[in-house]
Ligand binder design. Sequence first.
Ligand code: HEM
Length: 155
Amino acid sequence: MSTESIAAPRSNSAQSPKYKRSKGNNSSFEMAAWLFMRLSGVVLIVLIFGHLFVNLMLGDGIHAVDFGFVAGKWASPFWQIWDLVMLWLAILHGTNGVRTIINDYAERSGTRMTLKTVLYVASGVIVVLGTLVIFTFDPCPPGAVIDLPSFCPVP
Ligand code: HEM
């Protein structure tokens, strides 16, 4: 096994250490963000493995996953809230993780700002679209040619 370790971010930089965090007192936000990563990580373990177990292991497992399966799950507020919290926590957790990586590795402040703007816009779009899908999903679309859940009215 190699004994080489990974160099600290920007350790080769000419002006190292060059990135100074903003002058205002940011430490309480960074502390909250650090704590959020740990707490959301613990909750995500339950949500993600619960999701995988229910979708892939129970009943017919992966073979049962189709439109009707998703429609049946989202007919229950329990699974709507489960999926909503999983979506929000995963995106906030992932976004904050990538924010940290950008702050650590992007040397120029313009680059950092651009990357973080792209990150926040992408995360915002995913969270809004995902939330809309969970709450506006129609389990019985009129004129559907696929097998609909059993609770849909027979046309
Ligand atoms: C099984 C659930 C998960 C657990 C227990 C978990 C735990 C953690 C923890 C404790 C950290 C902080 C590491 C550090 O500061 O050194 C972290 C970082 C991170 N996580 Fe997660 N995480 C989970 C799921 C996810 C998911 C679903 C995503 C993506 C959407 C994600 C993306 C990231 C990223 C990008 C970082 C930053 C990595 C870095 O700083 O090098 N994680 N995770």
